[in-house]
Design a protein around this ligand. Structure first.
Ligand code: HEM
Length: 437
């Protein structure tokens, strides 16, 4: 308490900078490998120092903030004081041209091109395909006594991303891509040591192989379109067609590097997040039988209305008000993306503390999601809470502002489809819950 006071008088957020050079990197890595998940590092310091604290990771100063006011100021970014910033190792894995890492001007351009892909038509297509995959997967569960929900969810979300982006549906190439993407995802949380045998090194190699696969896919598509062959209706094809249209305005073309980095980004951004969210949702429902019963009643009604057709449509999902709140409440409690990284572009002040230019400022969304000032009884799984209007910047599962999630509607739709099929096909019995972060 004394320490906090002394530091705040100096105007710098409280906290420990740890050892020279490495700061608290070892403690951060230890929390990743502890089984408690990487957020534990933040949780412990948030309790010790309060809603704004500072640490040093990988040789850089990081500040964590967790009030709705600071989230608003940073995510709105009116004065252009902040830019998005991932640690260098993540940027190397997803690529410099990835939407996740691109600098402000490039980001605006790439985002506007990618946003066009997330149309209602593509949402309807993904709902149909995802439903098909879920129905197939659940039918296979009939012959098994137990299933690991996270593994099954990862498999279907990856397949569905690969179909939507590249029309890859089955076969050797899909299997390879799934394996390589899993390696890149693992490397994102590894210590960035570029030594053969390390997880980070394996991730970089996997990235290279994925880029090769994408290069081949792009040249294959170009050959086919020059021969006037039929083309696939997927994101890659749309990006290449836009590419052709934009050739007169050279400045607006997505380069091949941008296409490749962003296809990889979308697989990574969409697969693990959605699979984790589905898994948490199943766990929360098992722990809250009353909610499950209300949900089951709603879903059986939907099942009655849709029994004449094979797959769900976007309109059917709009008939699921209670399930939508279950999805939202699961996302609040799970906070699958626990914090959002930014970098201060100028000296500024947050929550009364001085922030220096160049510091990393992370918005701790998970803390906001469980703050009793923001949410009444925050640890209770209570979907109807979303019937009342919530405080601005209090629901941050998909971020907000110019960097918010592009796949938000897609992710919510996938969660609803999974929920509908699971609830109307099986009764849940969770044998063992593992922590997933
Ligand atoms: C439940 C699932 C998901 C969650 C919780 C989630 C969450 C998020 C969050 C919090 C951000 C913004 C982070 C920030 O402001 O720094 C984000 C960005 C992004 N997400 Fe998602 N996401 C999910 C699914 C998806 C899907 C399915 C896709 C699409 C394929 C996707 C694509 C993206 C992309 C491309 C960005 C970067 C946007 C930008 O920087 O302009 N996400 N996501």
């Amino acid at each position: 308490m004394k320490y906090q006071r002394r530091e705040s008088t100096a105007g710098i957020p409280p906290g420990s900078l740890g050892l020279p050079l490495i700061g608290e990197t070892l403690q951060f890595m230890a929390s990743i490998n502890s089984g408690r998940g990487f957020y534990d590092f933040v949780r412990v310091r948030r309790l010790r120092y309060g809603s704004c604290f500072r640490t040093n990771l990988f040789g850089e100063t990081h500040v964590f903030v967790s009030s709705t006011e600071s989230a608003k100021a940073i995510l709105n970014n009116d004065g252009g004081k902040f830019t998005k910033r991932y640690i260098r190792s993540i940027a190397e894995l997803v690529g410099d041209q990835s939407l996740l890492c691109a600098a402000h001007q490039d980001h605006k351009l790439i985002r506007s091109r990618l946003a066009n892909l997330f149309s209602t038509t593509s949402l309807s297509l993904i709902i149909k395909h995802f439903d098909e995959l879920v129905v197939q997967t659940l039918s296979r569960w009939e012959h098994r006594s137990t299933v690991v929900v996270l593994d099954e969810a990862l498999e279907i979300t990856c397949k569905s991303m690969c179909k939507m982006l590249l029309s890859l549906e089955s076969g050797h190439e899909l299997e390879i891509l799934q394996k390589e993407v899993a390696q890149v995802c693992e490397a994102m949380l590894a210590f960035p040591l570029r030594l053969p045998g390390t997880r980070f090194y394996k991730g970089l190699k996997a990235r290279k192989r994925i880029i090769n696969i994408l290069e081949k896919a792009i040249s294959g598509r170009r050959r086919r379109s020059s021969g006037r062959e039929a083309y696939d209706e997927d994101f890659l094809q749309h990006m290449l067609m836009e590419d052709g249209k934009a050739s007169s305005e050279e400045a607006h073309r997505l380069t091949d590097a941008e296409i490749k980095d962003n296809i990889l980004t979308m697989i990574i951004a969409g697969q693990d997040t959605t699979a984790s969210a589905i898994t948490w949702m199943v766990k929360f429902l098992d722990e809250n039988q009353e909610v499950l019963e209300t949900l089951r009643n709603e879903q059986l009604q939907v099942a009655k209305k849709t029994s004449h057709k094979s797959y769900l449509s976007l309109e059917d999902l709009n008939e699921m008000p209670y399930a939508s709140k279950v999805v939202k409440e699961s996302l609040r409690m799970a906070s699958v993306v626990p914090w959002f990284p930014r970098q201060a572009l100028q000296d500024c002040e947050i929550e009364g503390f001085k922030i220096k230019r160049g510091w990393n400022v992370n918005i701790d969304a998970r803390s906001i999601h469980v703050d009793p000032v923001v949410y009444n009884d925050p640890n209770k799984f209570n979907p109807p809470r979303f019937e009342d209007e919530s405080m601005p910047y209090s629901f941050l599962a998909f971020g907000m502002g110019g960097r918010s999630c592009l796949g938000m509607n897609m992710a919510k739709a996938m969660m609803l489809v999974f929920l509908h099929r699971l609830i109307t096909t099986y009764r849940l019995l969770i044998l063992k819950a593992r922590a997933i972060v």
